[in-house]
Design a protein. Structure first.
Length: 399
């Protein structure tokens, strides 16, 4: 997916917002139908039935007919595909779309033809949107040829984006046979066996202080007031800046790892389950809710899931997911596993051999060794003979 900044004029922005509203309206109607239909009432209507109903609705409602039929039909197709993914067990059930949050629509060329995209200059391109016209965008990277579909979205900060449906070429392997283990953490975003520790660039001290002031101002603002809308927009811009920095870090880090190493190993973590709320229910309320919420924010802020996903997309077939059990408690040098090895969040000291290292770097080396052992075994050789939980040896401490 190639994403660019869209630069509509005020008149074009009004037309794009109208398309977003129509796509959201059609999507929510389809969601309402599937919510109402039950096995007792029979199967819910599919795309064909809903497309005929859309034609009837456009004939009866001039405001809907004034919109683009392509946008509205594609919203139905997207919903049908979302339901198919849900029943296939690969995605969650599609939910309702809300104004101000889900602003976007998709355009697909008729009969599989490529859509119209122009290059006006080195820094300016244009794409044709139905009933809006030619809308300019910034081609910050080469525009893929033969684009057949694209999606237009608007984020909470008010920025418009254009995303072409295009699968980029994979990053080629360097061919050096090297394996790297990536340990993801909260204090350190990613640690490598080479001793490198990487961290997501978040908001600066001044930006974080301004965000806190805006949040306090938002709490005092009256619901529905213009002041509240301005404060929410300012908060959204700061949040978008933080999200952009995280996404940029993930893209650059994943590309660098794919270019430097032949095999990349990460822990097989279920990030969605790890970041669930601990509030519980009224009958069984949870404990440590605020601490768990802080941990969840830390995990999401460091992009654990996004980094693993991009490492899987860019070097396809070169990512190995290893069992995360006890990787932070196992000594890389001796192989001894014990909870006491982890002195603190940052310090690892083996109680058996006295090996001392950065805890995240030690875990990354353990992940790498596990991946190397699996690779050797898959090629027909024996797994790496690395001792695990040997008898503790006396450690000589200098006095």
């Amino acid at each position: 997916m190639s994403r660019y900044r869209l630069c509509p004029t005020p008149a074009q922005e009004a037309g794009l917002l109208e398309h977003c509203g129509h796509a959201r309206y059609v999507w929510n109607l389809a969601e309402e139908q599937h919510t109402w239909w039950t096995p007792r009432r029979g199967p819910a209507p599919g795309y064909g039935v809903q497309a005929r109903q859309l034609t009837e609705a456009r004939a009866a409602n001039p405001w809907l007919a004034a919109g683009s039929q392509t946008v509205q039909q594609q919203a139905l197709r997207d919903f049908a595909q979302a339901m198919a993914n849900f029943f296939g067990g690969t995605h969650r059930r599609p939910t309702w779309r809300k104004a101000g949050v889900h602003e976007g629509f998709r355009i697909v060329g008729a009969r599989g033809r490529a859509w119209e995209v122009r290059r006006l200059s080195r820094r300016i391109g244009a794409v044709r949107v139905p009933k809006v016209g030619w809308v300019r965008f910034r081609p910050s990277r080469p525009v893929p040829a033969g684009v057949k579909s694209f999606r237009v979205t608007r984020d909470r900060a008010g920025r418009w984006h254009l995303a072409f449906a295009h699968v980029p070429d994979p990053v080629p392997a360097p061919g050096n046979g090297e394996v790297v283990g990536v340990d993801r953490g909260v204090a350190v975003s990613a640690a490598l066996p080479t001793g490198e520790t990487l961290k997501v660039p978040g908001l600066g001290a001044g930006e974080a202080e301004r965000l806190n002031r805006l949040l306090r101002r938002l709490a005092r603002a009256r619901q529905g007031s213009n002041r509240r809308a301005r404060v929410k927009a300012a908060i959204a811009r700061l949040r978008a800046r933080e999200s952009d920095r995280r996404a940029d870090w993930v893209e650059k880090t994943s590309t660098e790892l794919a270019r430097r190493f032949d095999v990349i190993a990460v822990e097989d973590l279920n990030v969605a389950a790890m970041t669930r709320s601990a509030r519980g229910t009224l009958e069984a309320p949870g404990t440590g809710v605020r601490a768990k919420a802080g941990l969840n924010r830390g995990i999401l802020a460091h992009g654990w899931g996004r980094l693993a996903a991009r490492l899987e997309h860019k070097p396809p077939g070169r990512l190995i997911r290893v069992d995360p059990a006890c990787t932070s408690q196992t000594c890389h040098s001796w192989g001894h596993r014990a909870p006491e090895n982890r002195e603190s969040q940052a310090v690892f000291r083996c109680v058996a051999c006295g090996h001392r290292d950065n805890a995240d770097v030690n875990a990354a080396r353990d992940i790498r060794d596990t991946a190397v052992g699996r690779t050797v075994a898959a090629r027909g050789g024996g797994a790496l003979a690395r001792p695990v939980n040997r008898e503790p040896q006396p450690v000589l401490l200098s006095v």
